[in-house]
Design a protein around this ligand. Structure first.
Ligand SMILES: [Zn+2]
Length: 278
C-alpha cells in the first residue's frame, strides 16, 4: 500500500513534528525500553469474556480477532527471544485496571494493545495506531510503519490520545487498531488466519524496530536508509478528555446519539463507544 515516496513524505512530515513534540510532552525521567535485549513485551488482547468489543450487533466479535493476533504475536516474539506476558490468553474479561497493573509490574518492557475498529458506517476502513506518552511515540511509529505498510488498508495515521491503558501505563504503550470489522473487506481479511499472522508479524517487526525510528527529539540524529521514519501524528488528546466525562456516565448512549448526528469522524465515534476498553 505504501509507496516509497509516501514513506519519504511521511518521514519529512515527521521531522517537522519533532520540535512540536518536544514542547508538548512532559519529559519522563527514565527510558524503560533502553537496550535491544531481552525486553518484556506485555501483549494486551483487547476485550474478552462478556465484552465482545466493537459496536452492538457487530457480526465478527472483536475479542476473538484480538486474542488470535495476540497469541500469534506471542509465538513470534517468544521464538525471537523476547520475554512475553499476556494480559489474557483465553476468552476472559480482564478489567482495564488489571491490564495496566500487569504492564506496570515490568521494567525494561513495552505494552502493546491489539484492537480492531468498528463504526456504523461500513465504508470506514484502515489502520490506526495510538500512543500517549512521549516515550511511546517511537514504538507507535515503528508499529504503525509496519502494520499500515503491510496491510492492504488505508493508512489512518498515528494518533495521540489518552486512552486509559495508554495514560496509566508507566512503560512505552501503544494501541493498534488493525482495521475495521464493520467494513466487509477488512472483516473478511481479519477472518483469514494468514492475514492475522501477517498482522502479528508486522507488529513484531515494529517492536523489533522501535529503537531504529529516526527521531531524536532535538538531538542531531537523522534518519538513515536503515532507520524507520518517525510517523507524523495528530494530537487527539483534547477530543478524548472532553468526552471522557460523559462517556463514564453512559458512554454507549452518548456514542450512539452523537454518531447518528454524524458530526464526528468514524474514529472518534468508535473511540467513544470503546472508550472504557481503550
Ligand atoms: Zn477494541
Amino acid at each position: 500500500m505504501h509507496t516509497n515516496s509516501s514513506r519519504i513524505t511521511l518521514s519529512v512530515a515527521g521531522f517537522l513534528m519533532i520540535s512540536l513534540a518536544t514542547s508538548l510532552y512532559p519529559a519522563k525521567s527514565s527510558r524503560s525500553s533502553g537496550g535491544d535485549t531481552p525486553i518484556t513485551v506485555v501483549i494486551d488482547a483487547g476485550h474478552g469474556g462478556h465484552d465482545r468489543g466493537g459496536i452492538p450487533g457487530q457480526r465478527v466479535a472483536e475479542k476473538d480477532m484480538t486474542l488470535d493476533v495476540a497469541l500469534r504475536l506471542k509465538n513470534i516474539l517468544s521464538a525471537n527471544g523476547y520475554n512475553v506476558v499476556m494480559t489474557r490468553s483465553t476468552d476472559v474479561f480482564v478489567p482495564l485496571g488489571g491490564r495496566v497493573a500487569i504492564a506496570n509490574s515490568y521494567r525494561n518492557a513495552v505494552f502493546v494493545c491489539i484492537h480492531f475498529n468498528a463504526t456504523g458506517r461500513s465504508g470506514a476502513s484502515g489502520i490506526e495506531t495510538y500512543f500517549y506518552s512521549r516515550e511511546s511515540l517511537p514504538l507507535a511509529s515503528a508499529i504503525h510503519y509496519y502494520v499500515a505498510g503491510g496491510a492492504p488498508s488505508e493508512n489512518r495515521g498515528v494518533r495521540r490520545r489518552g486512552y486509559y491503558v495508554l495514560r496509566k501505563t508507566s512503560i512505552p504503550a501503544v494501541l493498534v487498531e488493525c482495521g475495521f470489522l464493520t467494513n466487509p473487506t477488512e472483516a473478511a481479511y481479519a477472518q483469514s488466519g494468514s492475514y492475522r499472522q501477517k498482522l502479528a508479524e508486522e507488529i513484531a517487526a515494529g517492536i523489533r524496530g522501535r529503537n531504529s525510528v529516526g527521531s531524536g527529539f532535538g538531538s542531531t540524529r537523522v534518519a538513515t536508509a536503515e532507520s524507520i521514519p518517525l510517523q507524523p501524528y495528530m494530537d487527539q488528546t483534547k477530543v478524548t478528555s472532553s468526552k471522557k466525562t460523559s462517556s463514564k456516565r453512559s458512554h454507549k448512549k452518548s456514542a450512539r446519539k452523537k454518531k447518528s448526528s454524524s458530526k464526528r469522524s468514524d474514529s472518534e465515534a468508535s473511540a467513544a463507544s470503546s472508550n472504557r476498553e481503550g
